[in-house]
Design a protein around this ligand. Structure first.
Ligand SMILES: Nc1ncnc2c1ncn2[C@@H]1O[C@H](COP(=O)(O)OP(=O)(O)OP(=O)(O)O)[C@@H](O)[C@H]1O
Length: 216
């Protein structure tokens, strides 16, 4: 029984505590996220959602507790975890001085991919005709789509996404929801923060982890 659970657990929080500026954002937070799950970290502004995602990504350290990948502290399996992790933060690594195509090309190459058609991937995020546009000249939604494009070409199982729907129109949100469902069905997991209501991923599918801050 225990073996079965361990086999499908991808990401775990094991008694995570995060303190910022003398404020406990979360305390002894524990959960396991299985392959096939779509998870929303929810809570008010400042509750610690981004802080939690950054800890799960290994970008910052918790005050106490461990973030784990397949049952191992992520600091002890960093190479394997990094190979399986796609993290898209607020700023999402899009450089204004590069074109949409150059940005995607760069992001896929530093992730180790060398066999892809940037134009085909950009078409999936509705950026056909904008391949040569400087990212700094794109609209907010198009800029965000440039960052999100790499979700359409990845082998990473664990997707950690900070506000993926920001500035994305209704149709784009639905397309992303379909992609998340497909990723979960293929054995991946999606862990995201969002204040956006979803229309395709219903409450029967979506798992919510709520953060509510309190003071020391
Ligand atoms: N490196 C840091 N140093 C000091 N304080 C920080 C740091 N990172 C985050 N904080 C503080 O921790 C709190 C939680 O920030 P966080 O970005 O995790 O919240 P959030 O739940 O993602 O908020 P939002 O919904 O507004 O995006 C905020 O009050 C923030 O100012």
């Amino acid at each position: 029984m225990v073996e079965e659970k361990t086999a499908t657990t991808l990401v775990s929080a094991d008694n995570l505590t995060c303190i910022r500026e003398e404020r406990i954002l979360f305390d002894e937070l524990s959960f396991d996220i299985q392959a096939g799950e779509i998870v929303q970290i929810e809570g008010p502004n400042g509750a610690g959602k981004t802080s939690l995602l950054r800890i799960l990504a290994g970008l910052s350290r918790p005050y106490a507790g461990e973030a784990k990948y397949k049952g191992t502290d992520i600091t002890r399996c960093r190479d394997e975890y990094n190979d399986d992790l796609l993290y898209l933060g607020h700023l999402a690594g899009v450089k204004s001085e590069l074109t949409a195509e150059e940005n995607l090309n760069f992001n896929l190459r530093i992730s180790g991919y060398d066999d892809f058609e940037t134009n085909q991937i950009l078409a999936k995020v509705n950026l056909s005709g904008f391949e040569e546009a400087l990212a700094g000249h794109l609209s907010a939604g198009q800029h965000r789509r440039t960052a999100l494009a790499r979700l359409w070409h990845t082998n990473c199982k664990v997707w950690l996404l900070d506000e993926p729907f920001t500035a994305i129109d209704k149709k784009g949100v639905e397309e992303l929801e379909h992609l998340f469902l497909q990723h979960a069905q293929n054995g991946g997991c999606v862990i995201m923060t969002t204040h956006q209501d979803m229309s395709i991923i219903g409450d029967d599918i979506l798992r919510k982890i709520r953060l509510d801050y309190r003071f020391i």
